[in-house]
Design a protein around this ligand. Structure first.
Ligand code: GTP
Ligand code: MG
Length: 201
């Protein structure tokens, strides 16, 4: 699938104020600084449609973009951002959880993981929670340009093994680099296939 048109719509802190849930929706989530906003810019061929920053905690709202006038793409705040107050962290957690559980048109969530990292509790716990709540998701390993091919392959194998300690099957897995623009076709084709199968209207 090709993205021909992308437009920023709204920023919200409450899922109830998000755009009418009448189009298929795909959201990107993961720890702060993992590269969610950069990936959205890469997918949409737009350098600045989503705001990026080298400082974690940049995205603080639920941001809707409309793609090809046909589906929504959503940039979410990161989880596990340690440098903000406990109260703020709790309110982000609440906002994200409510969005994920209550947004009727959410077709699939993409959980982003930094390719360089070993499996970490915060991500595993989050994905186990998604599994328990029956939320469909795929994993995108980001910043793959930061590793050589062999190291990357080893890291991915290790990560898959860690996941299989919890699950019998693996979710769909993608590898991306916003710098080298890799992973774009695979991710967009996956969304395109889901759009053919599912129509929330
Ligand atoms: P929050 O909104 O703070 O949760 O962060 P985010 O997950 O949206 O990350 P963002 O896209 O803002 O990127 C964080 C930093 O990582 C920026 O300095 C980006 O330039 C860098 N970055 C993102 N993706 C890649 C990538 O694929 N490769 C490399 N080398 N750097 C990347
Ligand atoms: Mg962001």
């Amino acid at each position: 699938m090709e993205i021909i048109k992308s437009k920023f719509l709204t920023s919200n802190t409450d899922y109830r104020k998000c755009p009418e849930p009448n189009l298929n929706e795909y959201a990107f989530i993961g720890r702060s600084n993992v590269g969610k906003s950069s990936l959205i810019n890469m997918l949409t061929n737009n350098k600045s449609i989503a705001k990026i920053s080298s400082t974690p905690g940049k995205t603080q709202t639920i941001n809707h973009f409309i793609i090809n006038n046909n589906w929504y793409l959503v940039d979410l705040p990161g989880y596990g951002y340690a440098k903000c107050s406990k109260k703020l962290r709790a309110s982000f957690k609440q906002m994200i959880e409510q969005y994920i559980l209550k947004r009727q048109n959410l077709v699939n969530l993409f959980v982003l993981i930094d390719s360089r990292h070993d499996a970490q509790n915060i991500d595993i716990e989050f994905m186990n929670w998604l599994g328990n709540k029956n939320i469909p998701f795929g994993i995108i390993f980001t910043k793959s340009d930061k590793l050589g091919v062999n190291v990357l392959d080893n890291k991915l194998d290790q990560y898959k093994k860690s996941l299989l300690e919890y699950w019998e099957t693996l979710p769909p897995i993608f590898v991306s680099s916003a710098v080298k623009k890799t992973g774009k076709k695979e991710i967009l084709d996956y969304i395109g296939d889901l759009n053919k199968k599912i129509n929330v209207n």
